[in-house]
Design a protein around this ligand. Structure first.
Ligand SMILES: C[S@@+](CC[C@H](N)C(=O)[O-])C[C@H]1O[C@@H](n2cnc3c(N)ncnc32)[C@H](O)[C@@H]1O
Length: 295
């Protein structure tokens, strides 16, 4: 019998022991947490910037997807930072559990006191492998939620765009239907690229397309809207040829935005070779291009 659970009935003791094993927290810590939740009277939400779960209007058990922007800590919103600081743990899904990934780097910069937990995710795997990875991330989150925690998962850019968050939220919704799952939007790399070059992503009546598949690029460029391309899905020569075909010579390539070595250059001045994975190409919505803006 652990001293910390001496007053508990046997079944509760056993459940507490199992939860401690699953969540990685000590029994004493879980008991303290439960008593805190029992005696704490939630404050009204007055100042969203306060770094407490109550001030954020979210308390455990809850899962919050937190968009942390493309890499520059300055592009993390105040609410995202407050949530990272208030969370009992911040999950970062990572392809290599031994390496500090980009989302972890941003979290460390803006919320250095947070408890970061790396959970492996096989991004390059087939559908079954990715599903298995998602289940592993969901299991880790569920264990923490069962311990009453406010769990944040940090995601590069925005949680709703090319991340595991929507699928994770659905999985948690099924496994723990009563638990609050929400997200804090983040700034995307295409927003950062367009801002640095002072060009338009959106204009009245014009569509805005974000894609990681250049298969339909000609169709998108034929319309006078903006097109943002993600994920290294092409090369400089093909993009320049497409720009020529549609007379769209105002495209910008943003590489390593907010990271060491960042570069924001006109497509015309880009090498013909492969566009790197951490690059975002933006064909702005029509209109005048400011000469040399932000480049
Ligand atoms: C899996 S998607 C992530 C999207 C992210 N959730 C968002 O909202 O922007 C990865 C792609 O985002 C773009 N990207 C992310 N961070 C970037 C950065 N710092 N600089 C340039 N492109 C970036 C690249 O096109 C990369 O291939």
């Amino acid at each position: 019998v652990h001293k910390s659970s001496i007053y508990l009935p046997d079944d509760l003791k056993q459940a507490l022991g199992e939860l401690a094993a699953r969540s990685g927290r000590s029994e004493a810590d879980l008991i303290r947490h439960a008593i805190e939740r029992l005696v704490t009277v939630a404050e009204p939400v007055t100042r969203p910037s306060e770094r407490t779960p109550e001030a954020l209007g979210v308390r455990g058990p809850a899962l919050v997807g937190v968009g942390v922007g493309p890499g520059d800590p300055g592009l993390v919103t105040e609410r995202a930072r407050a949530t990272l600081l208030a969370a009992d743990r911040v999950v970062v899904a990572t392809t290599d559990a031994h390496s500090v990934g980009r989302s972890e780097m941003v979290v460390r910069a803006v919320a250095p006191t947070s408890t970061i937990v790396r959970v492996p995710y096989a991004i390059g795997a087939n559908t079954d492998g990715r599903q298995a990875s998602l289940t592993a991330v969901a299991d880790a989150v569920i264990a923490a939620l069962d311990a009453g925690e406010l769990v944040a998962i940090a995601l590069i850019g925005d949680p709703s765009q090319w991340t595991i968050f929507p699928d994770l939220a659905a999985a948690i919704g099924v496994a723990r239907p009563g638990v609050l799952v929400t997200a804090i939007p983040g700034i995307t790399s295409y927003q950062a690229v367009a801002a640095a070059s002072c060009v338009a992503l959106g204009r009245a009546g014009a569509p805005m397309v974000v894609t990681d598949d250049v298969g339909h690029l000609d169709g998108y460029l034929a319309v006078d809207g903006s097109v943002a391309i993600y994920k290294a899905s092409t090369d400089g020569a093909s993009l320049k040829a497409a720009a020529d075909r549609h007379d769209r010579h105002d495209a910008v390539v943003g590489e390593l935005i907010g990271l060491p070595g960042q570069r924001n250059v006109a497509l015309d001045a880009t090498a013909d070779g492969p566009i790197s994975y951490l690059a975002t190409v933006v064909f702005p919505a029509g209109g005048p291009v400011p000469s040399g803006a932000g480049r």
